[in-house]
Design a protein around this ligand. Sequence first.
Ligand SMILES: Nc1ncnc2c1ncn2[C@@H]1O[C@H](COP(=O)(O)OP(=O)(O)OP(=O)(O)O)[C@@H](O)[C@H]1O
Ligand SMILES: [Mg+2]
Length: 267
Amino acid sequence: MADQDSGPILKLSGVSKQFGAVTALDNIDMEVRKGEVVALVGDNGAGKSTLVKILAGVHAKTSGTIHFQDREVEIGTPGRALELGIATVFQDLALCENLDVVANLFLGQELGPWRLNEVEMEVRAWTLLEELAARIPSVREPIASLSGGQRQTVAIARSLLLDPQIIMLDEPTAALGVAQTAEVLNLIERVRDRGHGVILISHNMEDVRAVADRIVVLRLGQNNGVFGPDATQEELVSAITGASDNSVSRRAKARSAAAEPKEGVAT
Ligand SMILES: Nc1ncnc2c1ncn2[C@@H]1O[C@H](COP(=O)(O)OP(=O)(O)OP(=O)(O)O)[C@@H](O)[C@H]1O
Ligand SMILES: [Mg+2]
């Protein structure tokens, strides 16, 4: 469960992004707490990937502020995002087919003061995968021989090696069957239980309601409601598509605003 006592690890206020004449994001507010899964949903072109790329240091925001652990930050590069503790599993996973699981986990991370040898890397790989209860037959298996769900697991495990505060998953179940989807959703819950904040992008409302603590809807680059996991399919769909005058999403917004602690009020 989310840690309600502490403030958000990540807080976006009024974040906008222009690509020339195109407004991809318009005045977005969002918060992520420790041990919380926040689902980011919206139709094609709603701005989900743009938001993730801003937080991953791939795109620069046009305006607005990002606070990370109560400090305002500029996430100018992907390296800076990782340094802060914001890890991303992009949709293409970026794994090397011909290398085994251990090699993929440590790809580009073999450096540093504690250069690991093969044995240490294998032990760490096993420990992490075991902790995640991941079903990988052998860490010496090449990626090419793993299933889609197992590959997703390896990519998620890799992003956890630097012990990030926030991990962002872009459509982790899009290409998976029913059993593998269930496995990845279980994995997401274990990642949350380790205390990481998770941002999950998904088009699948069933998946989202199964694991999300909060569901943030984007529509045409704008916030269009925040829901709990008890939101109905109809509520979510109407917020995503803008159908039925959005009365539901307005109510949800008002509810979440009322639940927010007031800022700057002396007690
Ligand atoms: N590099 C770019 N240059 C110009 N316009 C862009 C760029 N990236 C995204 N856009 C535009 O920004 C808007 C939001 O796109 P984005 O990819 O963030 O949507 P999305 O919610 O991830 O959609 P999908 O569900 O299809 O992945 C779209 O109108 C898109 O055309
Ligand atoms: Mg996208």
